[in-house]
Design a protein around this ligand. Structure first.
Ligand SMILES: NC(=O)c1ccc[n+]([C@@H]2O[C@H](COP(=O)([O-])OP(=O)(O)OC[C@H]3O[C@@H](n4cnc5c(N)ncnc54)[C@H](O)[C@@H]3O)[C@@H](O)[C@H]2O)c1
Length: 275
């Protein structure tokens, strides 16, 4: 199965589980890391979801194990890293995939003036705190293993304001590029690289409740004119995690079909052309 790009590497993917019949970025990334030879610890709060991803990897001859814990708890973050090191003898890759699910039509759409305090806390806990805690405990283990690569997940909604997203989601995702730079700057000398991926509008489990009309509109504003998938994000994560990216650190890579290459007026023209 292995093409060997990640042979001998040990990886953790947070939120690497999968909902029934749905593939998210966590599952896709876990599968692609394993395809390239990494041994993957799938960390998830749901044993069922994590085992679904582990089974998909096992079915293709890859190596994966499951860790069940709440990524917002520091004890669980520490135990997650210990489990990877105990099981596979080291740690080289951490994918901070776990993210807060924004509420497309509910209170998630509120602006700054209407922000809900509980939702703000929840968004920062799930998007930012989980990534900081996982990195905090992963970095010493990576140093022990001779260096490592961390990939954080942001979002197109973390790079530019969007009325269709709630403010808690956007600003907590906006913190991820800065966490990435801080990690890269502080720990470069330790042999740690940190990079970030900002996915555009994917069709995935994460956004399965989105209407056909909205999906179509999101596809049309993108220069490539197509929808992204979790696999597009997964292969970018594999590259950033691999030694092929050995001199890349601190960047945020949009995986968005060119969304951020287009000026707002061009996106407007795209919508007009096809309507
Ligand atoms: N799909 C998109 O269009 C899109 C766009 C931009 C960014 N993203 C980012 O991609 C990521 C989406 O991840 P996904 O597709 O793998 O989501 P997903 O919903 O498929 O999987 C999330 C997993 O996280 C687990 N989980 C939830 N809370 C947890 C906790 N406290 N501790 C441990 N595990 C927990 C769930 O059980 C689930 O298995 C997020 O960071 C999101 O912001 C997605």
């Amino acid at each position: 199965m292995s093409h060997g790009r990640l042979a001998d590497k040990v990886a953790i993917v947070t939120g690497g589980g999968s909902h029934p019949d749905e593939t998210g970025t966590g599952r896709a990334t876990s599968v692609c890391l394993a395809k390239e030879g990494a041994r993957v610890l799938i960390a998830d709060i749901s044993m069922e979801n994590a085992e679904r991803t582990a089974a998909a990897i096992g079915a293709e001859g890859g190596q994966a194990t499951v860790f069940v814990g709440d990524a917002t708890s520091e004890d669980d973050a520490r135990a997650m890293v210990e489990a990877a090191v105990r099981t596979y003898g080291g740690l080289h890759i951490l994918i901070n995939n776990l993210g807060y699910r924004w509420n497309a039509r509910g209170k998630g759409r509120r602006g700054v003036a209407e922000v809900d305090e509980a939702q703000l806390t929840e968004a920062f806990d799930l998007n930012v705190k989980t990534a900081v805690l996982a990195s905090k405990h992963a970095i010493p283990a990576m140093i022990e293993s001779g260096g490592g690569s961390i990939v954080n997940l942001s979002s197109c909604d973390g790079l530019a304001g969007a009325k269709h997203r709630g403010v808690p989601y956007s600003i907590s995702k906006g913190a991820m590029p800065m966490l990435t730079k801080a990690t890269a700057a502080f720990h470069g000398r330790d042999g740690i690289r940190a990079n970030c991926i900002a996915p555009g509008h994917l069709q995935s489990a994460y956004q399965s409740k989105i209407t056909t009309e909205e999906r179509d509109r999101r596809r049309r504003v993108v220069p490539l004119g197509t929808e992204g998938t979790p696999w597009d994000v997964a292969w970018a994560a594999v590259f950033l995690a691999s030694d092929e990216a050995r001199w890349i650190s601190g960047i945020t890579l949009p995986v968005d079909g060119g969304l951020f290459a287009a000026q707002p007026l061009l996106a407007h023209d795209f919508l007009q052309e096809e309507s």
